[in-house]
Ligand binder design. Structure first.
Ligand SMILES: Cc1ncc(COP(=O)(O)O)c(C=O)c1O
Length: 463
């Protein structure tokens, strides 16, 4: 029936190559399937736009310094590199399947490590699920909990997958914005100046609210929610019988003595919180794509159902490498030799380097308290250079980011950055179209290249 309903048009593109010694006949086939029925599932309606594609393409076309995407462009620590090498060259059984919900040595370590931090006795089989990155953890959580018509409160600016994941599960995203309160004159704005209005937040809860997504430290702002802010969120979740999906992938990346607090550790919250983490962000190895969810068994059992009927299993060797990393970290945790202490110290220096460099060319960075990122306020440029190339209805930050990439300065072009409006829901994008996100988890050489480009750019802008 499918075959009858479908008409397949075949376009042959590219040359037919003659058979040469050692080379096989190669044909390039592009097939376009045209169906009488609607081809994509309706759950994809409105979520097919990918804000990253255009910028990744531009970064390949131009000689840019990539400060856009959130990954380190330097090696993971030696112990992590060795752990991965050992996992791929040691025990041959690591080439095979392991337990579906996580490689047992890893789930055991995650349970003991995070159990102490959350003040809970965690069962490695019931309270821990290993996933394909934190992304996989989020997807599993949304699929397991969000039903048609359920509402999910998303605090924006928000990591851009929360909205499509809510929609794909049939839910309705309900947005509440952190709003900036300008710092006193002469002081640098910081991510802590962005706050929730308690009355507005409370007004977003209804009888349909199933979950609230909390991301601390926040991407893209770098805000670390204070204990008082978490208590506000926790109180409302309890009052309205709501699950909290806590995305804490940047939990080790906190600066200036700020403390990350897991909302699951607050009174009454363990039983309604899913805490999500990422080995990629923890050990500077984002390509490993190992993440996890921690939570109470009565919620986790539904995530296990999704996991066993979708991904089923994450690569054993990557899990074994992460287990070894945690074993190493467990021996040093709380001491000066801890990677979770040393890495943020190093990244704080990077952050300060970047802030200084941006200020030296007249840009206005906000000091982040945590995460890989800082945002820069470009509203001064918006008033002095309102008409950058681009469509009139394009948010200003998008036009600015493209101009920054393409604008030639000497023999090179600029830096690749991320526009902050993509972290806001569509109705709010216009209000927040004058910020750019920079990633400072970059090598010294990348930061120096940024300095040079910014200085050339400044020289060009001066009359
Ligand atoms: C806030 C946030 N959550 C989740 C993820 C995904 O993490 P992972 O690479 O472990 O899938 C990212 C990645 O950038 C992120 O910024």
């Amino acid at each position: 029936m499918l075959r009858r309903a479908a008409a397949i048009s075949v376009h042959l593109v590219g040359p037919f190559w003659g058979r040469k010694a050692g080379a096989s006949l190669t044909r390039c086939l592009h097939q376009t399937l045209t169906m009488a029925k609607q081809l994509p599932a309706r759950r994809l309606d409105g979520i097919d736009h990918n804000p990253w594609v255009e910028f990744i393409k531009l970064s390949n076309e131009y000689d840019v310094v990539n400060l856009g995407q959130g990954f380190p462009d330097f090696s993971p620590p030696d112990f992590a590199v060795k752990a991965f090498q050992q996992a791929t060259s040691g025990d041959f059984m690591l080439n095979q399947y392991t337990m579906a919900f996580g490689y047992p040595p890893l789930t055991k370590l995650l349970a003991s490590f995070f159990g102490k931090l959350l003040g809970q006795e965690l069962d490695p089989f019931k309270n821990v699920l290993v996933t394909v990155g934190a992304y996989g953890a989020l997807f599993t959580a949304f699929q397991a909990l969000v039903d048609k018509g359920d509402e999910v409160i998303i605090i924006e600016p928000a990591f851009d997958c929360y909205e499509p994941m809510t929609l794909m599960a049939g839910g309705r995203p309900v947005f509440v914005s952190l709003k900036p309160n300008p710092a006193p004159k002469g002081q640098l704005d910081t991510s802590s100046d962005w706050q929730l209005d308690p009355t507005e937040l409370a007004s977003k809860f209804t009888s349909r609210t199933k979950a609230l997504v909390l991301n601390t430290p926040n991407n893209p702002l770098g805000k670390v929610f204070s204990k008082a802010e978490l208590e506000l969120v926790a109180g409302l979740c309890q009052q309205h019988d709501t699950v909290c999906i806590a995305d804490e992938v940047y939990q080790w990346l906190v600066y200036d003595g700020h403390q990350h607090v897991s909302i699951a550790s607050l009174p009454g919250m363990w039983g309604r919180t899913l805490t999500i983490g990422s080995a990629g962000k923890s050990f500077s190895a984002t390509g490993w794509k190992v993440g996890w969810v921690l939570g109470p068994d009565n919620i986790m059992k539904h995530l296990r159902t999704v996991h066993q009927n979708s991904v089923f299993h994450c690569p054993t060797q990557a899990q074994a490498a992460v287990a070894q990393c945690f074993e190493q970290e467990q021996q040093h945790f709380g001491q000066p030799s801890s990677y979770f202490l040393q890495f943020p110290q190093a990244m704080q220096l990077n952050r300060d380097h970047m802030i200084h460099s941006l200020q030296s060319v007249g840009l206005k960075p906000l000091t982040p308290q945590g995460s890989y990122f800082l945002i820069v306020d470009i509203s001064d440029f918006k008033s002095t250079m309102p008409s950058l190339p681009g469509a009139v209805d394009e948010p200003y930050d998008r036009r600015f980011a493209k101009w920054m990439i393409k604008n030639k300065v000497g023999s090179s072009t600029g830096c690749i950055l991320v526009k902050v409006s993509i972290f806001f829901s569509r109705p709010h994008q216009k209000d927040f179209d004058h910020y750019l996100r920079f990633c400072f988890v970059k090598d010294e050489a990348t930061l120096q290249a940024m300095d040079e480009r910014l200085q050339k750019w400044k020289a060009e802008l001066q009359p």
